[in-house]
Structures are given as structure tokens and as C-alpha cells.
Design a protein. Structure first.
Length: 271
């Protein structure tokens, strides 16, 4: 299908739903989905954003500002992952535990507001990685309109640019819990360390950033084209990282890549 045909499939699919609650994180995918759904269904669309210690305040603010600007009804639900039994031990199905709890809470809001369906923003690029959260999506009958329309991340960015959405070139984001190696305890303190460390690098102009945490070691991922810049400007952030509690600071020479923590998973689990 052409990009325009995919977009038409997306809009037709959304129209069939009649009313929709969008799990909205203010990222590239969910912003495009929410904007499109609002254009198709108008007031029959609501946005629901989860507030938790693994979701940076900057992202929550952006979500609130976008919905206010677009005139979209916006609900913020407290979804504290660390209160979920077993989550803090960071098991391989961590994402499943989180998504299942979140979508159950969104379902309550949707029912109260008379909304028929719930949708999330995964795209075709999410099909090839280890994504236990998609199991929860399937179990709870959550819709994935972008995957239904076979839209890739590149497609979504291009369509977002055509729609003049500021997120068209926004860096990819995943919850801060994804920065922890599987099996390492997730705590509010360490989540805050990661959040503040990444924010410092973003403020310095690094486009795509991950600060992976291994005990008290920070493993920094930036785009390969910005590796030299990271070394050249290390004195601007390393003292701050130490203040946050990191004993050692390392640069990942492979550069930024999605799902790098999945390299430690058994092949049987990934498949």
C-alpha cells in the first residue's frame, strides 16, 4: 500500500469504532493516533495519560498542553508500576504487568465516559522486538490502529509532518523502567537518577538519548553521529552524573538502539 492508502485504512478503521479512548503518552505514535482519531471522531475521542515515577514530568506536561490546544478531553490516571506485585524486581514480563494494569484503568474511564473502544499506539516496527506489553494488548482486546494500517515509524513521522505536528521529528521515548537490565531492582531513586541524567543530555542538545543503568554504572547511548560530541563535552555532564549517584559513566560505542536491554534475553524468550 502507498502511504496515502495506509492513512485511508487507518481513518476508516477508526471511524468504524464510533468512539475511542487513546492511551496517550505525547510520543510520536500516540500523538499522531490521537490527532487522527480526533479529526475522524471529534468529541467521541478521549485521551488518557498515565502518571507515574517512570514517566517524566516533561512528557506529562506535553500531553496536557497538546490536549488543551486541540480541545481534546484528557484524563490523567495514576498508574504507579512500583505498586504492582513483582514489578520492582524487573522480570522479563515487566512490560506486560504494567500495560495490563494501565489498560484496566483506562477501561474504567472509557466505560464511565461511554466510550466503546480503547487504542494504543504501537506500529509495525514494534512487531520484530520482544514486546510483552503487546500480550496484554491482545488479552484485553485493545485496538492497535497503526499496526492495523501497516504504518511504520517512518510512515508516522512523514504523515505527522504533513499534519504539522511538532512531534514529527521528536526523539523516540520509552518508559524509564526500560533503562534497567532485567532482574535489577527498579526503585524510585534510580528512576529519578535516570530521568535527571537523560534530561541533562537532552538539554545539551543530544537528540536521541538513553542512560541505561547497571547497578551504579551509567551506560550512555546517543546516536553514532554524536559519539564524538559526547566525549568532547563529557566534563559538562559527568560531575552531575556523579552527584546523582553514578559511580562510573560509560559510553556505548554501538550507539543508540531500541531494545538494547533485550540483548540479555534468551533467544527462546525473544522468539
Amino acid at each position: 500500500m502507498t502511504l496515502q492508502e495506509k492513512n485511508e485504512v487507518l481513518r476508516a478503521y477508526i471511524k468504524e469504532m464510533g468512539s475511542l479512548a487513546v492511551a496517550f503518552s505525547s510520543g510520536v505514535d500516540s500523538t499522531f493516533l490521537l490527532k487522527t482519531a480526533h479529526e475522524v471522531l471529534g468529541d467521541q475521542v478521549i485521551a488518557v495519560t498515565a502518571r507515574s515515577c517512570s514517566f517524566p514530568e516533561r512528557e506529562l506536561r506535553e500531553a496536557m498542553e497538546f490536549c488543551k490546544k486541540e480541545g481534546i478531553r484528557h484524563f490523567i490516571v495514576d498508574s504507579e508500576e512500583l505498586d504492582i506485585e513483582g514489578f520492582e524486581s524487573n522480570p522479563k514480563n515487566r512490560c506486560y504487568l504494567c500495560k495490563h494494569e494501565l489498560f484496566e484503568k483506562i477501561a474504567v474511564i472509557a466505560k464511565e465516559q461511554g466510550i466503546a473502544e480503547i487504542a494504543e499506539g504501537s506500529n509495525m516496527d514494534d512487531n520484530g522486538d520482544y514486546r510483552p506489553g503487546l500480550i496484554a494488548v491482545a488479552e484485553l482486546n485493545i485496538k492497535s490502529p497503526l499496526r492495523h494500517a501497516q504504518l511504520s515509524k517512518a510512515d508516522i513521522r512523514e504523515l505527522s509532518k504533513e499534519m504539522e505536528l511538532k512531534t514529527w521529528d521528536k526523539q523516540s521515548f520509552a518508559c524509564l523502567s526500560s533503562r534497567f537490565v532485567y532482574g535489577e531492582t527498579i526503585s524510585r531513586e534510580k528512576l529519578s537518577m535516570v530521568d535527571k541524567a537523560e534530561q541533562r543530555l537532552l538539554d545539551m542538545g543530544f537528540y536521541q538519548v538513553r542512560v541505561r543503568i547497571h547497578g551504579t554504572i551509567a551506560r550512555i547511548e546517543v546516536l553514532p553521529t554524536q559519539l564524538e560530541k559526547l566525549v568532547a563535552r563529557r566534563e559538562e555532564f559527568t560531575p552531575y552524573f556523579h552527584e546523582l549517584g553514578f559511580s562510573y559513566i560509560a559510553m556505548d560505542l554501538d550507539g543508540y538502539r531500541t531494545g538494547s536491554m533485550n540483548a540479555t534475553l534468551d533467544e527462546a524468550v525473544v522468539s
